[in-house]
Design a protein around this ligand. Structure first.
Ligand code: F0G
Length: 358
């Protein structure tokens, strides 16, 4: 069932079907994901002393508040087409939230494997709200993904991690939207890198639009890992990845090769930033633009600040940057890292005026 107005937004599969592995027979499972805003960020650029145009692709405004919903809409649709009964994924939180929601919508069972004790509460509460089977692995994300791989796909069980190629296909639609919204491809695209599926997906999207002559250029892909969880930058898997950005706390990314290929083919790069730089950028974007994003999103912001300082962003460039998840996903982090606090005031106008400094 779609809205009667054919121009109403009804999700990424219906909008971009010609680019996706779907047919008339594919049952579309959608929560009207996609169509997220591309928000200009002039204050942020001014504060860091830049002279370029920055746009934030705010993926926190998807139905489960992260970019995962694009790939999940397609993955769950294909699982239904195949008559799968259970979908399963390993996750640092957002994939599980999205899988749980789309599985509920499709009336499928959903099992999620989470690194015990290292999940932001907002994400865990989503998996619980949608009634997924939640398995706490005494290990990290890489252990959880290894276990999922060991199970493998069977007739009844469908893996919905990005090792399932349709996830990447769905996620590439964010690159299409950026080109559609800008009216061209950007010069640079910045984004966080964890399991490395998203950088792979964006590059594919930018390439496909370019091949079809819908754009006349492709951006440099600029991916950012956290310093304590930077296997691609360090050149080897990290056994015990550590970072405050739990979403990208990953030591052995599944799409490692294709992420490197995307950076190389686009003449971009994959680099790392410290937790301290992540924390500063996290505050700056929320303070300066009124945009609230989860900590992992601050990795590319920190990277952009550093690139600007090093003179790597030419004047008048167009830069796009994906904010992959909403800040409300990780309220604990927001509360712990805020410079603001609650000012207690007695319930009278005089005390209130004093508190206001008036
Ligand atoms: N940003 C957020 C908010 C994420 O949740 C993730 C990955 C990434 C960035 C990195 O994207 O893996 O495609 O390189 N989250 C996965 C999860 C691992 O399980 O939710 P990637």
């Amino acid at each position: 069932m779609t809205p009667t107005n054919p121009n109403a937004w009804s999700g990424i599969i219906r909008r971009y079907a010609e680019f996706l592995p779907v047919s008339e027979k594919t049952p579309i499972v959608s929560l009207c994901e996609g169509n997220t805003p591309l928000i200009p960020a002039p204050n942020f650029v001014r504060i860091i002393g830049g002279n370029f145009r920055l746009f934030l692709k705010y993926e926190g405004l998807n139905p489960t508040a992260s970019f995962k919903d694009r790939g999940m809409s397609l993955a769950i649709s294909k699982a239904c087409e195949k008559d799968a009964r259970i979908v399963i994924c390993a996750s640092t939180g957002n994939t599980s939230a999205s899988a749980a929601a789309y599985a509920a919508r499709a009336r499928l069972q959903c099992a999620v494997l989470l690194p015990h004790g290292n999940i932001a509460m907002g994400k865990l509460s989503q998996a619980m709200a949608h009634n997924a089977l939640i398995i706490g692995i005494e290990g990290n994300f890489d252990d959880a993904l290894r276990l999922v791989r060991e199970l493998g796909n069977t007739a009844k069980l469908e893996i919905v991690n990005s090792i399932n190629p349709v996830r990447i296909e769905g996620q590439k639609t964010a690159a299409f939207e950026i080109c559609d919204q800008l009216g061209q491809a950007p010069d640079f695209h910045f984004l966080p890198v964890g399991n490395a599926g998203n950088i792979t997906a964006y590059w594919r999207g930018f390439e496909e639009y370019h091949e079809r002559k819908l754009t006349d250029r492709r951006p440099k892909m600029c991916g950012y890992q956290a310093a304590g969880a930077a296997p691609i930058v360090d050149g080897h898997p990290i056994e015990n990845p550590e970072t405050i950005a739990t979403a990208i706390r990953i030591g052995n990314p599944a799409s490692w090769q294709s992420a490197v290929a995307a950076a190389e083919a686009s003449e971009g790069w994959i680099e790392k930033v410290t937790d301290e730089a992540i924390e500063n950028a996290y505050r700056l974007i929320a303070h300066s633009e009124g945009v609230f994003a989860e900590p992992a999103c601050a990795a590319p912001l920190a990277g952009l600040i550093r690139c600007h300082e090093a003179g790597r962003i030419p004047e008048a460039s167009t830069v796009t940057l994906t904010l992959t998840g909403h800040g409300l996903k990780d309220c604990d982090f927001a509360l712990q890292h805020s410079e603001s606090s609650i000012v207690p005031v007695k319930p009278n106008a005089a005390d209130l005026l004093k508190a206001l400094g008036l």
